[in-house]
Design a binder for this molecule. Structure first.
Ligand SMILES: [Zn+2]
Length: 435
């Protein structure tokens, strides 16, 4: 006998509220097998570990495991819908036999080992707050692993001996974005998250003034007043745009003059960096890890910075500088869990230069750092709809609605069929000798 798991959407990233449809496939090579129990379960876990090297004699390993999702479904024994009798066991003959399951991902993680409303790990310390499902995260930071899997177990009797065959498959889960619509619908003027930097850009040296003081000639390099500006970066609450799978960067960069220097400023370089921090907690030990992505890097730009003479008028830096850039797929969404968390910062580096009367000043680099939330780009249900539009309504149905479907397919495998169900596609396509 061989047991395997088939998923309706094996390559889809699931999100909270999604139902994962699939089947346990039991293959009987020749003899009849009596199956007494079939179960399918969905498990989500966050595991953290760390080697504490502060001990005098030996390294102590600290470990923490939290089970945040646990959904189970018993596929056999089950109630026969037709006559309300309980099907305790099944005799399976030669061939493939399929038992459908439907496991629903909860909206919020629920950790049985942590009391309700217990603090979650946030920004390096345990905090209180609402939490989302931690995204699947493996090998991103050593010592932090968050994963989801489907386990099935098939218990059989053969010559009075009971044996259980288990199979497991991993699934990808990311939390859905909390914003109801994509940020592309929000005008950049209303982006709420803001950070600003004030910069003084030195003017180029003026033509040296010659002073005749007595017999000696003195050259005095004179500078006019530096141009003082304020640069502001604005972000939506979640740093993403959830159209399809693209995770574009929604950002607004504005400039405003702070003094009445009339020099023009030029943008000579533009860089956009993303820093990701993983905070890990295991027992009494805690640790942080950082990763960095260069989202955009442009040099020798030679673009005039939009700057109005009126200090009350904000001007926008052309968003084309970062428009084509996306948050990389490896940047897992921001989350906080019992024993780990992930947070992000964006760094913007602008190389600015002042020009006046054909002369150029030195390049000053203006730096802005903003804490941002990275969204997943997923909205509950949307991903599966895109994959299979016709089945989307069934996919979004409750678990209760899926029970008849599961029962009918099971009836098909009862050897003494009292309520024959229509054959499945596989059955219909089988050679008559195989049936
Ligand atoms: Zn916990």
């Amino acid at each position: 006998m061989n047991v395997s798991i088939e998923l309706d959407h094996p390559n889809v990233t699931f999100t909270n509220g999604d139902t994962i449809y699939g089947r346990v496939v039991v293959y009987c090579p020749n003899t009849t097998i009596v199956v007494s129990k079939i179960t399918a379960s969905l498990t989500g876990e966050t595991k953290s570990f760390m080697i504490d090297t502060t001990g005098l004699f030996m390294n102590h390993r600290e470990e923490e495991k939290h089970c945040i999702v646990k959904e189970s479904q018993v596929l056999l024994p089950n109630w026969n819908r037709g006559d309300n009798t309980r099907v305790e066991s099944l005799k399976l003959g030669f061939g493939y036999h399929r038992f459908e399951f439907a496991l629903k991902l909860p909206w919020f993680p629920e950790c049985p080992t942590c009391p309700p409303n217990s603090p979650i790990f946030n920004d390096g310390i345990r905090n209180f707050g609402p939490s989302r499902l931690p995204p699947s995260m493996e090998n991103l930071a050593s010592g932090a692993d968050s994963s989801y899997r489907i386990d099935v177990a098939v218990t059989t009797y053969k010559n009075m001996f009971k044996s259980t065959t288990r199979k497991s498959t991993r699934i990808a889960v990311w939390p859905s974005d909390t914003s109801p619509e994509s940020t592309s619908g929000i005008p950049p003027q209303s982006f709420p998250s803001t950070t600003s930097a004030v910069a003084s850009i030195l003017a180029p040296p003026d033509t040296p003034t010659t002073l005749n003081a007595g017999n000696t000639m003195q050259l005095l390099p004179a500078r006019s007043e530096p141009t003082r500006i304020i640069i502001t970066a604005k972000f939506p609450q979640d740093f993403h745009i959830s159209t399809g799978s693209a995770r574009n960067i929604a950002m607004r960069l504005t400039t405003k003059r702070l003094n009445n220097s009339r020099h023009s400023l030029y943008l000579s370089s533009f860089q956009l960096l993303l820093f990701g921090y993983t905070d890990i907690l295991a027992g009494s030990a805690s640790r942080g890890q950082m990763s960095c992505w260069t989202l955009q890097s442009l040099s020798n730009l030679d673009r005039e910075l939009p700057l109005d003479d009126d200090p009350d008028i904000e001007c926008d830096i052309d968003p084309a500088l970062w428009r084509e850039k996306c948050v990389p797929e490896t940047a897992v969404p921001t989350f906080d869990a019992c024993n780990m968390g992930r947070r992000y910062e964006v760094e913007i580096l602008l190389g600015l230069q002042c020009r006046h009367a054909g002369k150029t000043g030195r390049v000053s680099v203006v730096q802005l750092r903003v804490p941002v939330r990275i969204g997943s780009g997923l909205v509950s249900g949307r991903r599966l709809e895109a994959v299979e539009p016709a089945a989307a309504q069934n996919r979004l149905g409750t678990q209760r609605e899926s029970v008849p479907r599961q029962m009918s397919s099971m009836n098909g495998f009862v050897e003494k069929e009292e309520f024959p169900a229509p054959p499945t596609y596989e059955e219909a396509m089988k050679e008559p000798s195989e049936r």
